[in-house]
Structure formats: C-alpha cells, structure tokens
Design a protein around this ligand. Structure first.
Ligand code: ADP
Length: 403
C-alpha cells in the first residue's frame, strides 16, 4: 500500500506521521511519532493507529545534533523496522510569504525562496526547511510538498492584510499574513459534515494551543486572523506575548539596551503565559496552581480571547457559530466556559454538562451555536501531498497575489 510521510519539524523536535493511502485514495493514519530532545537527550517515541507504543528509545546526543539528523534517524526506523518506503513527504512550513498561497512541490529553487523568509519566522522556518534540504540531497527523486501555515489566509481583503505603513514596505512583504492556516483549513473542511447548518456562515474559530490564534471564517474561507506579520501577534501564547505596542520593543532596545537577538528570544520564549505567571507556559499547570500569577495569566488569556472574538465578529459584521480547537480549546472545559461567559452579548452560552463532556456541540440556549472540533493539521498535509502527487502531470503554479 502507498504511504505518505508527514513531517512537522521544530527547533528541538521532529514530529512525524505515516499515512497509508486506502483503496478510495484517502489517507489513513498508521503511525504517529516524535524525535525530541535534539541536542540534549534525543528520544524516539512512536505509536500505532490504536495508540500502542511501537518505539521508545534514546540516542547518544552526539548522534542527533540537529533536526536533519533527527529526521534521518526517524527515517531509518521507518524504512528498516516498519519496512515502509513513503511515495512522498509532506512538510509543515510556517511561512509562505506573499507568493505561496497553496501547497507546493519543492525543488532547490523553492527552498531557496523559502529560505529568504527565515527572518519572518526565525524560530520556525529554518527548522521546517532543514529536513527538506537534506531529503532533497539524499533522495532527489522523492516528491516533497511544502504546506504553509499562511496559505489559507492569502485571500483576505486588502484592508485586513495591510499595516498603516508606507506602501513600499507593504510591497516588500511587510504585511499581515496569519498563521495556523492548516488547522483552520481542516476545520473549514469538516464543518459541512459536522455542522452543515453553519458551515457556509460566519464562524469564529479559536485555535488555542501553545501557539494560539483566532480566525474569522466566512463561507468556509478565512477573511481575518489575529496573527499578523509573524506568529507573535494576536492572542497571548505559552511563551509569546501576542499583541504588543511596538513602543515596547523600542523601549527594550533603547532604554533596556537589549540587542535585537535578545529581544527576539525574549519575545518568542519568555513572554506570554510563562512571563505573565512566572509559573509555567503550560495551561494545565496554571489551572492547577494556586499562585496569584497563574490566576492572573489565565484571566489575561480569557480576556484577550474574548476581545479577539469581538474583533473577528466585527470583521464579518456578525457571527453564526463559534468553534474551539487545539490543546486548550479541545481539552479545557474551564477555559471554554470562562471565555463563553464573556461572550453572552454575542449570543454565546454553554451547556455545562455538554461542555464538561467535550461534546461536539456545547452551546446552551444562546442563539449562537458553539462547537468543539479537534484539529488535524497532519491529515490536512497528507491530503494536500496526495492531491499534488495526483496532479504532478500538470506544472505546479505559484500564484502571486497582486498587492
Ligand atoms: P502546540 O501544538 O501548539 O504545541 P497544543 O495544541 O498541543 O499546542 O496545546 C498545548 C496546550 O494545551 C498546553 O498549554 C496544554 O497545557 C494545553 N492543554 C492540553 N490539555 C489540557 C487540559 N486538559 N486542560 C487545560 N489545558 C490543556
């Protein structure tokens, strides 16, 4: 049976999944794995479709110094022990810039162009691209598809994508892009089956995980997002601040004398729930903590999520449904309830029992239905990869959006 390998590579871990292509041409998940502790305590862990552990092993640090080495070890395990030879690899790539508005078959030229976007996503893009480059060198004939977190947002109205800065900078690509697009695309793709009555309506989707953002879906398409030029904007996250007056960055650079790279590390790694609480970046730990900082970080997260729901509703001039997804959105009935309590004015309220059960539909008697829909970015990548393979007889065209 044909298989697709899906790779989501970060700075200290490589997550991978294997999908078998069934007789109807649909991808079915077989294996979920992760190489983590890259450069510190490398470890491979994988489970099968039933959730049973099929690999759990550690490696000497010197054998797994970087993301490419981690993927090579995972690849050897897949080939030698599972005896699986994927027909293609789909990669999550955080930034596609202004040009890439859809998944794209990669070649060295595409990788070069994507490397030019590293400064827009310094803590994600290089790690996403390293395994693509090393696989291109080792297996030049293996089709690889880059799937972008920005692509689903590429058709926003112009007013949603621009900053109030001189046009020349916007033309250079200093614009709002939006991220978590693979997650929102997945949600949009399952709404017609899970909630047909609202699928083509105005839906606010809250992707609340370690990274968090919200998206306005209208007629199944993204029209606005809380994230902007980089994945720092919008909602507070595990370690990122979300919306921040740019004057704060100037203050850090001038009054505090921080270097640009110190500011970068600070904004990506020391802010958000972690910085605010002084306790943890992890919502579960905050919910279990009695520290005042933990309580305040949760209050702040809930407040900003509710504010953003209002903002996205204004973008669509109304709301027909609300969807929670990702780690916090799918699993924390307490956070869902706290956010919903601030959104009564939008016709949102929750049925406590359905919310506690993490049911698909958790709304009470309010006019706006509320859903919990687990996201599946990897399945989206597998589907895109398959669809590009099926169309490789046609040239893959990169659409450039007029500015
Ligand atoms: P990412 O994919 O961005 O790393 P996830 O979508 O896995 O993140 O979400 C991770 C977040 O979800 C963490 O803050 C974690 O604490 C939170 N989370 C997971 N399960 C629960 C739960 N039962 N209650 C509250 N928060 C949870």
């Amino acid at each position: 049976m044909d298989t697709i390998l899906v790779v989501n590579a970060g700075s200290s871990s490589v997550k991978f999944q294997i999908f078998a292509v069934d007789s109807d041409g649909n991808p079915r998940r077989q294996i979920k794995g992760q190489m983590d502790g890259i450069g510190s305590r490398p470890r491979l862990r994988a489970t099968n479709a039933k959730g049973e552990v099929v690999a759990e092993r550690v490696y000497p640090t010197e054998n797994v110094r970087d993301v490419s080495a981690a993927l090579a070890i995972a690849g050897d395990w897949v080939r030698d022990e599972l005896r699986v030879a994927p027909i293609a690899v789909g990669h999550r790539v955080v930034h596609g810039g202004p040009a890439y508005d859809r998944p794209t078959l990669v070649d060295p030229g595409v990788v070069n162009r994507l490397e030019e976007l590293i400064s827009l996503a310094p803590l994600h893009q290089p790690y996403n691209l390293a395994p693509i480059r090393s696989l291109l060198a080792k297996f030049p004939d293996l089709p690889q598809v880059a799937c972008f977190d920005t692509a689903f947002h590429r058709n926003h109205p112009k007013v949603a994508d621009y900053f109030a800065i001189p046009q020349q900078l916007s033309d250079e690509g200093v614009r709002r892009y939006g991220f978590h697009g693979l997650s929102y695309e997945y949600i949009a793709s399952v709404l017609p089956e899970r909630a047909p009555e609202i699928a083509m309506g105005r839906v606010v989707v809250a992707h609340l995980g370690s990274g968090a953002s919200m998206c306005a879906l209208s007629g199944g398409r993204s029209v606005e997002s809380t994230m902007g030029f980089t994945a720092l904007d919008g909602l507070p996250m595990g370690t990122r601040p979300g919306q921040l007056d740019p004057g704060v960055v100037l203050y850090l650079l001038t009054t505090k004398g921080m270097s640009p790279s110190e500011v970068q590390n600070f904004l990506y790694k020391d802010c958000g729930l972690k910085g605010l609480s002084g306790v943890s970046n992890d919502m579960r730990e905050l919910l279990n903590s009695s520290e005042p900082g933990a309580k305040f970080a949760i209050d702040y997260f809930v407040y900003r999520a509710a504010l953003s729901a209002g903002l996205l509703t204004a973008a669509m001039e109304g709301i027909d449904a609300f969807v929670f997804t990702a780690g916090i959105g799918e699993n924390s009935s307490a956070i869902r309830m706290r956010i919903a309590e601030k959104l009564g004015w939008l016709g949102i309220d929750l049925d406590s029992a359905e919310n506690a059960k993490h049911a698909v539909k958790i709304s009470g008697s309010g006019r706006t239905p509320v859903y919990v829909i687990p996201t599946d970015e990897e399945l989206m990548i597998a589907k895109h990869t398959l669809s590009i393979l099926q169309n490789t007889s046609q040239p893959v065209v990169v659409q450039t959006r007029a500015s």
